[in-house]
Design a binder for this molecule. Structure first.
Ligand code: ACM
Length: 506
């Protein structure tokens, strides 16, 4: 900017022709797109050395986090205070229950020259509003006007696969930081699979001493697991950012690592060899054995005890080594166990085959846009989280040149990830059955946080917008312009995003 001013001065042009800022923003320049935006002229708020952030004690954490973020980008002191009389220029965070329009996660933002006011019914709503505010600040200025905003769907999710390659608590925390900026409110952790078991279970200790040993991972790279203390810490860290952790143990298939650790979980009692390849569909728990159900109940009980959130994901996908009859027998035993420990059962869409799935949540991952089994269960009350692989799988390559990822569901450029409607995608599964959307990221080809970031961003922003914003705001040209403006924020934070050629990055 400074260089631009000097160049303009050298040309002898009046300084007034220089735009207010090269990256000047407008009030709606936010991802996900807000529900209602009303800009106001000459009402911009400028953050100055005397600006404060005002809030009450119940929302002090949210205000502290906002102030820290804004200090970094504005260089201003922005003290957080509970007292800031009339004329003090302020960003006020106000908890004011009773506003039916905005619900549990919405907020109202009003920006005038002397004050910014953010109001919400709940701390979650205030947090969502601070994410909007954070995106609007450019060159110490917040554009004037007002926003009324609330989510289209209750469930906006992302998923990390810790089984194919382990990801550390630090990496998971960084991912939570970034997804919560887009108002994503669930992080699903795929904790177990054929290659590794990544969560401590006290009653079956070999799951991690064997199943998470060095070399347990695709290509024999990796190893590692979350201790219960680490897991609880992640749950707390996520909750402070209004993200609920959803744990998954995948069964009755995808269980080779558990069977290596405990051969009693096979029907012949013989330990299979450890697997470091990426094949799927070859392992199955022994459906006729009571040991299986003792194991499953122990795992569900211990996981439920670690989980304050409502959902416990039991996998259920690609059980090709389990007969159809055995699959139904298994679900008939296991779905009630999740309920017994106080949680809502959640599984991949194959669980819809079970008559008991009507009380569960199914995650739709298949690539077909018609699935009569899922549609019938939805008609009977089952809720659906939409993750169609050809749209929402963040591990699919962007194009044939992408160095990471897979392509079995196709290539997913940013526009492909953006251009679909979660409530219009699957025949017979409309708005009333859709709980939300989730963007899974499988880790067969991923090792570290840079890999995760490169595959997740910018596509996670597209899925987040589908989950939050009203369908009426859906517009590719608008999204791609807002995404272009977001790029510098990722750059500033060192997020290794994919610079898609579909976007004119700033
Ligand atoms: C899946 O991709 N097997 C859920």
């Amino acid at each position: 900017m400074r260089r631009l001013l000097l160049a303009v001065a050298a040309l002898g042009l009046p300084l007034a022709v220089v735009p207010e800022a090269a990256a000047a923003t407008s009030l709606g320049d936010v991802i996900p797109a807000p529900a209602e935006v009303a800009p106001a002229a000459r009402a911009d708020f400028r953050i100055s050395p005397v600006t404060v952030v005002r809030t009450g004690p119940a929302t002090r954490d949210i205000a502290d986090r906002l102030a820290r973020d804004l200090r970094r980008v504005t260089g201003q002191p922005l003290p957080v205070t509970s007292f800031a009389p009339g004329p003090v220029p302020k960003i006020a965070l106000v908890l004011a229950p009773g506003d039916d329009t905005i619900g549990d996660e919405g907020y109202r933002l009003r920006v005038r020259r002397n004050a910014v006011t953010l109001r919400a019914n709940t701390p979650a709503g205030l947090f969502a509003g601070t994410q909007t505010l954070r995106q609007l600040v450019r060159d110490r200025t917040i554009p004037g006007g007002s926003i009324v905003d609330y989510p289209r769907f209750a469930y906006r999710g992302a998923m990390l696969d810790l089984a194919r390659h382990f990801h550390t608590p630090d990496e998971i925390r960084r991912y939570i930081d970034e997804i919560s900026r887009f108002k994503v409110n669930h992080l699903h952790l795929h904790l177990t699979d054929d290659q590794g078991w990544r969560i401590q279970i006290d009653s079956w200790p070999r799951l991690t001493t064997v199943g998470a040993a060095p070399g347990t991972g695709v290509d024999g790279v990796g190893g590692g697991f979350l201790t219960k203390a680490q897991y609880r810490d992640l749950v707390r860290y996520a909750a402070a950012r209004f993200v609920t952790i959803v744990p998954e143990v995948d069964m009755p298939g995808h269980v080779n690592a558990a069977q290596v650790a405990y051969p009693a979980l096979t029907c012949d009692g013989v330990a299979p060899p450890p697997r470091t390849d990426t094949a799927v569909g070859y392992s199955s728990l022994c459906i006729s054995s009571e040991t299986t159900y003792r194991f499953v109940e122990d795992v569900i009980r211990e996981l439920a005890a670690l989980t304050p959130g409502p959902y416990l994901h039991i996998g259920g996908d690609e059980a090709h080594a389990t007969s159809e009859a055995d699959y139904l027998t298994f679900q008939q035993r296991v779905l009630p166990l999740v309920t017994k420990y106080g949680k809502t059962a959640y599984g991949w869409n194959e669980i819809a085959q079970s008559p008991l799935a009507t009380n569960a949540v199914a995650q739709y991952w298949n690539t077909t846009t018609s699935n009569p089994t899922v549609a019938a269960a939805a008609a009977n009350g089952m809720k659906v989280v939409m993750s169609p692989a050809q749209k929402a799988y963040l591990d699919m390559k962007y194009d044939p040149a992408t160095p990471l990822g897979l392509s079995w569901a196709g290539y997913i450029e940013v526009r492909t990830a953006y251009d679909w409607d979660p409530a219009g995608h699957l025949t017979g599964v409309g708005e009333e059955s859709v709980l939300g959307v989730e963007a899974p990221l499988w880790s067969e080809t991923l090792r570290d946080l840079d890999d995760i970031e490169f595959m997740a961003f910018p596509r996670l922003a597209a899925i987040a917008e589908l989950g939050w914003s009203p369908a009426s705001t859906h517009d590719w040209e608008s999204f791609r312009a807002r995404l272009a403006a977001y790029g510098p924020q990722w750059t500033a934070r060192g997020v290794d995003f994919y610079p898609s050629p579909q976007i004119d990055w700033r």
